[in-house]
Design a protein around this ligand. Structure first.
Ligand code: TXA
Ligand code: MG
Length: 326
């Protein structure tokens, strides 16, 4: 089945036939959305400047926000970098395949559009059998941001991808819901110790860092953290730990239609959007819940906080950005 860019994207189950077709599309310069363990990515051949430019166009992504290059094997890092620092090899050995993205000095063979004009490149090996099968079959490095319209919640299902980008991309490989639901941790791996540029699914604790080390100055180094993110088409309010239901009831008392994402219930007239027991579960369902709040037609969705330690730190980063508090 040939699928032209002007046709609505088809969601293919990512079985036997889907992978080779998706790989052909990538090699021919097309755009393929695919599942990873974190969120769905929108892939293009990272060495094909025109294809990568199309990613920016369909997402409406600012040109100064570089893409993560996905590869199938640790060793593929060498071809993308001028030289791979020892720390990068060490982290790759420990965390790949997995949700850790390593920033290293970029090989000059990479098009400027892929690296957002920076002299560095971000690389990761995703921990998802379909993503790895696709990368192996395509046999090119694949640049892939999250497969959402820029500024919208990241996609954790093929349906989310089609909601935002259907009709503008060539194919979505449907691998079901993503396991983690929060993006990879981006670290600068050029020095003696990792510097966190974006919080993500690999925690500071796992990286052997103090949970509070490095602050705003370091975050400025990751261009993507400067832009508005994860916003649904309704207001998002963050409630303190344990205070979600009370805050939701108070807002409903003001006459607003209110949605709630919290471990506890508020009861009518508050619409319960999603319930979670811990940070890992909130990570898995957050983006789906933000889209669900839109669909429920609420004016405001209240999200109850989790402790900002471990995975909770990345989750609260996303919650606060969705609420425009960062
Ligand atoms: O889990 C993930 O990382 C997902 C899946 C699809 O792999 N991808 C993802 O891509 O979240 P995206 O484009 O939504 O976010 C990439 C982040 C942005 O904040 C971007 O600025 C940063 O990585 N980034 C990319 N290249 C960089 C570089 N050379 N230096 C610093 N930050 C970089
Ligand atoms: Mg994104």
């Amino acid at each position: 089945m040939a699928i032209s860019p002007s046709n609505p994207a088809a969601a293919l189950p990512a079985d036997g036939a889907g992978i080779p077709q998706a790989a052909r599309i990538l090699r021919a310069g097309g755009l393929v959305a695919f599942p990873t363990e974190t969120v769905y990515g929108l892939g293009a051949d990272a060495l094909n400047a025109e294809s990568v430019a199309r990613i920016f166009a369909v997402k409406g992504r600012p040109a100064d926000n570089p893409l993560i290059v996905h590869v199938a094997h640790q060793d593929d890092l060498a071809a993308l970098a001028t030289q791979v620092p020892p720390l990068a090899w060490k982290l790759a050995a420990e965390f790949w395949p997995g949700p850790l993205t390593l920033v290293v000095d970029a090989s000059p063979t990479l098009p400027a559009v892929t690296t957002g004009g920076l002299r560095t490149v971000a690389v990761r090996v995703p921990d998802h059998p379909l993503a790895l099968a696709l990368l192996d079959a395509a046999a090119v490095p694949v640049a892939a941001p999250s497969a959402n319209r820029s500024g919208r919640p990241s996609p954790t299902t093929a349906a989310h991808v089609l909601e935002d980008l259907g009709g503008q991309i060539d194919l979505v490989l449907d691998g079901g819901p993503c396991q983690l639901g929060v993006e990879s941790t981006v670290v600068d791996a050029r020095g003696d110790r990792p510097i966190v540029l974006r919080e993500g699914a690999v925690t500071r604790e796992q990286l052997g860092l103090s949970p509070t080390a490095n602050g705003a100055a370091d975050l400025a180094a990751s261009p993507g953290t400067r832009h508005r993110h994860y916003a649904p088409r309704c207001r998002v309010e963050v409630a303190a730990l344990g205070e979600g239901p009370a805050r939701a009831r108070a807002l409903a008392g003001e006459g607003l239609r209110v949605g709630l994402v919290a471990p506890g219930d508020a009861g009518p007239p508050v619409t319960h959007i999603a319930r979670f027991a811990d940070a890992a579960q909130l990570a898995r369902l957050l983006y789906h819940a933000l889209r669900g709040a839109e669909e429920a037609g609420v004016d405001v969705v209240v999200i109850e906080s989790v402790e900002p330690t471990g995975l909770g730190r990345a989750v609260m980063d996303r919650v606060n950005r969705a609420a425009d508090r960062i």
